[in-house]
Design a protein around this ligand. Structure first.
Ligand SMILES: [Mn+2]
Length: 318
């Protein structure tokens, strides 16, 4: 069987679990946009995890709100509104042999659903540090080879200390740590605040590592949402738009809510439905985070319209 999985930590953990219980001969790492564009000729013997549904594949696991199956829709596998797709796979098989991955799946839940502290975003460690090594500025083939290596590694030893001390992982960890300062610098240079949105145009910076999605909120704490443009690795004619809520929230004082909230220093998070907005432009995701792959000629106009929509929505809910 062939497994198609997402390029991030959740995709990697799905591959670890599925390859323990199914006969997986080949793993391919793809972005959700590639599946949605119908570019992959799926077969009945294919498995899809942490990616949108395709009726030609035999087995499907996902947790994205934007792929929620229709009432009564029949498919093999599982969809659940869980913190990670790895969690959906773990519960679907409910196999004692997978028990040793419990801690790794818990970490995946946390990271995939944005439960990463500001301190951790600024100074990554453990599973979050490891997740930062998966997507780099390297060629896709090199990143894919690395992912295959770590999937085999985690299957043998799901202990994060052991994983981080593997020579190939340690090499990438060293780079991630060394480049964190440069990463922050590039983000600052290419980000502007438009209303309440941090807008990062990274189309000219394919050298930027993609791993740390949360540092932006530490650098731009006033943003309620971030919108980012990145070159698409798999398709040079496309640009990737990624959108996310500020996972740390924002002091409600700037929202002008009631006095008791302000006194308590309550944090407010955006309620804008990112996944639904992404679905409208051919992408998908969850309420707090999502993405889409769009034609490069249209990318800027689509992203700017999105920024305006978010600002208008935030304005109206006051
Ligand atoms: Mn996921």
């Amino acid at each position: 069987m062939r497994l198609y999985t997402h390029t991030d930590l959740d995709g990697v953990m799905c591959a670890v679990l599925i390859s323990c219980v199914e006969e997986v001969d080949e793993i391919r790492f793809v972005d959700p946009g590639t599946v949605q564009a119908g570019k992959i000729p799926f077969r009945k013997s294919d498995i899809i995890s942490d990616l949108p549904y395709d009726r030609h594949a035999g087995l499907w696991f996902d947790h994205h709100e934007s792929s929620r199956p229709r009432e009564g829709q029949k498919f093999e596998g599982a969809w659940k509104l869980a913190p990670s797709a790895a969690r959906v796979v773990y519960e679907y098989y409910d196999n004692p042999y997978l028990g040793k991955y419990a801690a790794a799946v818990e970490a995946t839940d946390r990271i995939d659903s944005g439960q990463v502290s500001r301190e951790e975003a600024e100074s990554p460690s453990g599973w979050f540090l490891f997740s930062n090594t998966l997507e780099t500025s390297a060629e896709k083939a090199e990143d894919d080879g690395y992912k295959e290596h770590v999937i085999a590694l985690i299957r043998r030893t799901p202990d994060i200390t052991a994983v981080l001390s593997d020579a190939r992982v340690a090499e990438r960890v060293k780079n991630v740590k060394a480049e964190l300062g440069k990463f922050a610098q590039i983000l600052r240079e290419h980000t502007v605040m438009i209303g309440k949105v941090a807008y990062s145009d990274l189309r000219t910076r394919p050298d930027l590592p993609r791993g740390n999605n949360y540092l932006i909120y530490s650098l731009f704490p006033d943003a309620v949402t971030s919108v980012r443009l990145m070159p698409e690795k798999e398709d040079k004619e496309s640009v990737k738009i990624s959108v996310g809520h500020n996972i740390y929230g924002k002091m409600c004082i700037s929202h002008g809510r009631n006095a008791s909230d302000i006194a308590q220093g309550a944090m407010l998070k955006s309620e804008f439905d990112v996944g639904a907005a992404m679905k409208r432009i051919g992408g998908g995701g969850h309420k707090p985070v999502g993405g889409a792959s769009v034609k490069k000629e249209e990318a800027e106009a689509i992203a700017k319209k999105l920024v305006a929509d978010i600002n208008q929505w935030e304005e109206e809910r006051k």
